[in-house]
Design a protein. Sequence first.
Length: 348
Amino acid sequence: MLKHTPEISARLSGSLYGFLIADALSMPVHWYYDRLSLHKDYGLVRDYQQPRNPHPDSILWRSRYRPAGPEADILHNQAMFWGERGVHYHQFLRAGENTLNIKLSRLLMDHILTSDAYDQDRYLARYVSFLTTPGKHNETYIEECHREFFKAWVLRKKGKIATTPEEKHIGGLCLPIPILLFFHDEPLKALQIGQAHLELTHPGPLMRDAFSAFGIILQSVLDGADIRQALEMELPEKPSVFTAYSFDELAELDDADVAMNVFSTACYVQQSLPLAFYLAWKYQDDPEQALIVNTNLGGDNCHRGAVLGALLGAMHGERAWPERWIDGLLDPPIRFKDRLTDDARIRA
């Protein structure tokens, strides 16, 4: 429980930094499911590190992507690594650098900054250009949601009807976070725009419900509730399936036991979002430790961590995060933070 609730500008910047920091901290050990291998390769991760090959849990050796046309090539020179064993998903990223979905959130920030508004068609043009331009993202692995988007995109360009599969991965919740923060003073608008943005790459009722739960809880924390209060609020518009757990009782257990046996460290949102909420509940008064625990649990720690970091930063403000983490971000969000926290905009 906070003795003093930070000003809204501090909560916004804290949330912004929180989701970027959590992703960058987890990046080198992203999608490690063998925790013994994680600790053997990187030790207890407390600071940004460079990713290294081999990655013992990499599935790139059995992943495939064949562009539907040359205009849908989103792998570029990274395609040569698909089909190889032990390749790290983020092998060319540097310490403190963000993974692809968070880079796409940064792309959204740049889009919002052009007019203090969201235009889906203009964002989509940026998205397509970013992924189809060689050298822009530097990622070896691109998730299936983006691959499916471009398959459908090529068909639509040819005048054919195309849909993308319903999604179920927590990574989608990271993409609209800038919308939730920028339009926080219009909560219904923020949720509606955020939902539409999410459905570009992560359609389906499960993702809609997950986003609603996360968005409403984040808004409650931005409005001054602590995380535990926000999780306990019974609101008709908040899907309860993601919060219907006795987090206070689970908090008495070992984190690894809860992560592996109650929830899952995998990326499926029906398990990973409650795990993020559990960590936020247990460590609401120790945000640094929360991100360290999340990182070292492995699995989809980047995307789970982004949700966790956004919530903790919204509660504590920018002071939640050690200077070494803020200063160590490879691409700090200075312009968006300045506009996000501008007094004239907040009070308008």
